[in-house]
Design a protein around this ligand. Structure first.
Ligand SMILES: *Cc1c(COP(=O)(O)O)cnc(C)c1O
Length: 362
């Protein structure tokens, strides 16, 4: 990957380290996902049309003017990635070029400036080198990486800001178990619409989801399967994950479009399924087809895919008055595919597609 060479280009970067690390005080056995952050953070400001020299500083609160655009018009995009540590203490990222490209696609869609590749990768490499003691070895352990860009120019005129802040923060994570997941298929609310920002990792997409999801919680469902906004007839995403259905021995997932996030886990699972001779169809699936398959017993599995959980099996669903529980099966594709993907991520298996990227020690 040509990222290797990029990471070695020195970037003029000021680094201020903490006086003492918080690490000894962290209880890794009781980590609440996304609540604990490492010692340092990476910051790069965009001012008057240019990205400035970046900085690494101790993790802590920011001072931002209350009139900053991000608070009023939601100009904010983000990414979610993970770093893994193998048995030899080497640190690995999984397809980070995909996250970098997607961050810039999201930024463009929200009229925000694109980030130069060297800022992203040098920032990430340097920050991970500083805080790599925070990554625990072993499957299930990882360091969740949250890069994001916000509009911090102080002015509430309704137009794109001139100033932005790109940051990377890091949060240690244990295997993400989201409990038993049953889902409600959306019949009224939508996550995204055609021509909208559904395919961007825009902060506002999440805000729009919280209320309908809280209604689902009240009915005893943990997530919503989003359907297309126009007809609610086609299955699109599960909560904040892409979604796969197994009917007989065929896996089906929706093609990406401007309402569906182009997930890195989704595209990796599609490739791994192909590599393992699992029949995979990338096509739209109708709600009616899902219900027919549930009724005639051919529906075997449903699972969501995303960086945080990798694969999250869905145990049951409800649509209108129709409720269905998935059968327990022994030859689960979800379990198999997750195992194969994890083995690549943790440097335990051959990486024939060159998805792994080593964070070299500095
Ligand atoms: C981030 C995200 C995903 C998963 O993408 P990955 O790259 O696999 O982590 C899926 N759907 C939505 C809406 C997302 O925001």
């Amino acid at each position: 990957m040509h990222l290797e060479s990029i990471a070695t280009i020195p970037l003029s970067m000021k680094i201020t380290t903490v006086e003492s690390s918080k690490l000894p005080s962290i209880d890794f056995d009781n980590l609440n996902f996304g609540t604990v952050f490492t010692d340092h953070m990476f910051v790069c400001n965009f001012i008057n049309g240019e990205w400035q020299d970046p900085e690494i500083i101790p993790y802590g609160p920011l001072t931002i003017d209350p009139s900053a655009r991000v608070f009023h018009y939601g100009q904010a995009v983000f990414e979610g990635m993970k770093a893994f540590k193998d048995e030899n203490n080497k640190v690995w990222l999984f397809r980070p070029d995909e996250n970098f490209n997607r961050l810039n696609k999201s930024a463009s869609r929200l009229a925000m400036p694109e980030l130069p590749e060297d800022v992203f990768f040098n920032g990430l490499n340097t920050l991970l080198n500083l805080d790599k003691e925070w990554i625990e070895k072993g499957k299930g352990n990882s360091l969740y990486i949250r890069p994001f860009i916000i509009a911090d120019e102080p002015a509430i005129s309704a137009s794109p800001a001139a100033n932005y802040k790109f940051m990377i923060i890091l949060s240690p994570a244990r295997s993400y178990y989201s409990g038993e997941v049953r889902v409600l298929i959306a019949e009224k609310y939508s996550r995204a619409s055609s021509g909208g920002v559904g395919s961007a990792k825009a902060a506002g997409n999440y805000a729009a989801q919280f209320y309908p999801t809280s209604l689902a919680h009240k009915e005893g469902y943990q997530q919503i399967i989003w359907t297309d906004a126009n007809t609610h007839e086609y299955l699109e995403e599960a909560g904040t994950m892409n979604i796969f259905f197994r009917i007989n021995d065929t896996l089906i997932t929706a093609p990406t479009n401007d309402r569906i996030l182009d997930g890195v886990t989704r595209k990796s699972i599609i490739q791994i399924a192909k590599d393992n001779d699992i029949d995979i169809q990338v096509r739209s699936l109708k709600v009616s087809e899902l219900i027919d398959a549930a009724k005639n017993g051919s529906l075997k599995e449903i699972f969501g895919t995303g960086t945080a959980a990798v694969i999250n099996p869905i145990l049951g669903f409800k649509h209108s008055s129709f409720k269905h529980e998935l059968p327990k099966i022994n030859d689960s594709y979800a379990t198999l595919l997750k195992e194969i993907l994890n083995n690549i991520q943790y440097n335990l298996a051959e990486d024939k597609h060159e998805w792994r990227y080593e964070v070299k020690s500095m």
